[in-house]
Structures are given as C-alpha cells and as structure tokens.
Design a protein around this ligand. Sequence first.
Ligand code: AMP
Ligand code: ZN
Length: 114
Amino acid sequence: MAQDCIFCKIGAGAIPSTMLYKDETCFVIRDIHPKAPTHLLVIPRRHFTALTGAQATDDGMLGHLLAVASKVAKQEGVADSGYRLVVNQGENSGQEVPHLHVHLLAGRKLAVMG
Ligand code: AMP
Ligand code: ZN
C-alpha cells in the first residue's frame, strides 16, 4: 500500500466506500465525479502505477480487471446497451490518480474518442 494513495486507502478500508464488487485481486467503486450515468472504476488492490512497469507475472491481474469489468457491466445492466473501458496513462491522458484503474462508462451514447 502506498501511503498517500487514495485508491490504496479505499482498498484497505481506511476510507469508507461502497464496493459493487470485490475479490482478492481488485474491487469496483463508483467514480465520485461521474462522466456518464454509469461510471465505475475497476481497481487492483496492489499499488500499481503504470502499465509501463508491468511484468509478465502481472498478465493474470491485468486480464482479471477486464473480466471483472465485463462482470460488473452485466451486474449493472449495461452489458447489452454497451460501455467503454478507459485506462488513462500519464500526463497527456489526464491521469489524476497514479494507481492503475479501468474506467467503465455507460448509460448514454459516448462521444467518439479523441
Ligand atoms: P484518472 O484521471 O484516470 O486518474 O481517473 C481518476 C478518477 O478517480 C477520476 O474520475 C476521479 O473522479 C476518481 N476519483 C478520485 N477520488 C475518488 C474517490 N475517493 N472515490 C471515487 N472516485 C474517485
Ligand atoms: Zn495505490
């Protein structure tokens, strides 16, 4: 756990949150500033800053995040209408929290990315 990391604190229960899903590898919360009617964050429990630092041994964890995103999309009833998964990495992406997370956006027609 990184001392000042908001997602590490949420994962450890130091900051209360409503987890829509949790297991030993990751958890899912609602984004505090939603950009779509459904805006979830799939967050690994382990502090993991950037994909650049990923090792081959992280492949399972990274794949698991997508599997969980698919699971919660079904749970939230947005699997059929569609959704977008986004991973921001670094300054040009606008990444605010330096702990890897997958955004799941759904519930409206999403603009073409750019
Ligand atoms: P990113 O810009 O990809 O790093 O996204 C970070 C996201 O985390 C933003 O969409 C924030 O609204 C969201 N966020 C920050 N703090 C919290 C929090 N305490 N609970 C839920 N979402 C948060
Ligand atoms: Zn962290």
